[in-house]
Design a protein. Sequence first.
Length: 141
Amino acid sequence: MQRQGRSYTEERERALADGIKEVASELRLIDPADFVAFIRTGQFGNIDTLVSSSAELYFKPETLKFGLSGDIDLNWGCTPAVSLDMEFHYMQVNIYFRLLLEALHAGIEIDYIAFDESSDDPDVNTRRLVDAIAAARLIPN
């Protein structure tokens, strides 16, 4: 995934993070205790509803979805961290990633990207990803 010392993974994660930052901000407004309760009791449908209602403000329907799995980190003396498995599907670009929600910021980690029509040039694929995110948005970023 790297060519000439360049990390395409980091570029793609940055592009995705920039594209969904408003959704992450919306989700960070939810009380962490709610995420804890839903994850611990396996009520992933409730999280799906929260993610859908946050995403529908910024993305076309069914483009950004909850991946029906998540985790929490509640160590003593640390701020809570919620990790949600997420999916992005648009313009033949499919991204499976983890959204990390913390007290003061959010981050993402891409697990897998699939391009229905992949190019041998990683720059072309990265451009396709950026274009798909922009086209999936209801309001330009």
